[in-house]
Design a protein around this ligand. Structure first.
Ligand SMILES: Nc1ncnc2c1ncn2[C@@H]1O[C@H](COP(=O)(O)OP(=O)(O)OP(=O)(O)O)[C@@H](O)[C@H]1O
Ligand SMILES: [Mg+2]
Length: 355
């Protein structure tokens, strides 16, 4: 195990019959790190989390936490705390009793129990609702009880399965920040499952993008967004325009010959000495906000559809046989175009190559 690795999975597999829910996953997470798992429904996020927490037993592989192999231990012996996707609260107990449950099992002294429960409930802004039962709470409030129930146990690793999915937009953002604060304060290691790519990009130290039980990329947020390792990652995180063609060079200018729109390419990749050669076939990714609307550009397109998003507007633009997505950032006096408008389009000159 490497020095900086606090939680390590080595070649972990979990099958359900023919379904490879977790397919040879190896991952190494540092102490105090917050790593998000994202991926489409059914890709294995919950199963992976349950396997780490001990609620599912891996078919093969090893799980190491803080230098201890935990793969064969029952959940309560792992120092992991899991918040389930469906909360799994005890319906007949009050909020306070739900949060106290684990502490009672651990035989924590009464006074300490009380202090820790009060603190956990106030951390998730539920200080006033200790006497209610889960059935008397909103979905978001129940979700927060589940988080408090976990925090109160002060686990080494917090496993959160879509913990914010039922909250309204503002509370979601507030709790996101709260989770990061709690993590920093307690030096907690957190695995955070979400469907919401924006949430993953903003809350995580690193993001693991999963598909069909396999990690496609594990990287810092900006790397996943700007340098996705394959087509799946580029479309799962963020919006994408793709161009496929052959690299050409003429008069010192390089461009991608797509058969229709020529894509200018001055520079590719970050490493100047690792440039692709003329004649190479490739697909490049251009994010919508990197395409500019510029009246003096010779490349012309027609707007076919418009989605206004407040801070930016997404234009769907027909250019030859492509339909491009272009995001224009809005200021108060930005020009708003109409469908059927013809606009000049300026493509960025250093797109990212997709393997
Ligand atoms: N107990 C089970 N028995 C049989 N198959 C299961 C079981 N649990 C999960 N699976 C299957 O394993 C795969 C992964 O499921 P999992 O719940 O981990 O996905 P997920 O990424 O969490 O999806 P979602 O985003 O919808 O929550 C799916 O194909 C699912 O049908
Ligand atoms: Mg799930």
């Amino acid at each position: 195990m490497s020095e900086s690795s606090f939680l390590e999975l080595k070649n972990v597999y979990k099958y359900f019959g023919d379904v490879k829910a977790v397919d040879n996953i190896s991952i190494s997470i540092k102490r105090g790190e917050l790593v998000s798992f994202i991926g489409p429904s059914g890709c294995g996020k919950t199963t992976l989390l349950r396997t780490i927490g001990g609620f599912d037993k891996q078919d093969a592989g090893e799980i190491i936490l803080d230098n201890q192999s935990i793969g064969s231990l029952p959940p309560e012996k792992r120092s992991t705390g899991m918040v389930f996707q469906n909360y799994a609260l005890f319906p007949h107990m009050t909020v306070y009793e739900n949060v106290s449950y684990g502490l009672k099992q651990m035989k924590v002294p009464k006074k300490e129990q009380h202090d820790r429960i009060r603190e956990a409930l106030s951390q998730v802004e539920l200080g006033e609702l200790g006497d209610r039962k889960p059935g008397e709470l909103s979905g978001g409030q129940q979700q927060r009880v589940a988080i408090a129930r976990c925090l109160v146990l002060q686990p080494k690793v917090l496993l959160l399965d879509e913990p914010l999915s039922n909250l309204d937009a503002n509370l979601r953002i507030a709790l996101r920040e709260e989770i990061r604060k709690i993590k920093d304060k307690l030096d907690l290691t957190v695995i955070f499952v979400t469907h919401d790519q924006e949430e993953a990009l903003s809350i995580s130290d690193r993001i693991a993008v999963l598909n069909k039980g396999v990690i496609q990329q594990l990287d810092e947020s900006d790397k996943v967004y700007n340098y996705p390792s394959n087509k799946f990652v580029s479309t799962f995180v963020g919006q994408a325009n793709f161009f496929t063609g052959e690299l050409h060079e003429s008069g010192g200018e390089r461009y991608l010959d797509t058969g229709t729109v020529p894509i200018p390419i001055k520079k590719l990749k970050e490493k100047p000495d690792d440039q692709p050669k003329p004649g190479e076939k490739m697909t490049v990714l251009v994010r919508p906000e990197r395409i500019k609307i510029n009246a003096s550009s010779p490349l012309e397109g027609t707007i076919t559809d418009i989605i206004y998003n407040g801070n930016f507007t997404r234009y769907f633009v027909e250019v030859e046989d492509y339909e491009l997505k272009i995001d224009a950032f809005n200021t108060r006096d930005s020009k708003q175009y109409q469908t059927q408008d013809k606009i000049g389009i300026e493509l960025p000159d250093s797109p990212h190559i997709i393997n």
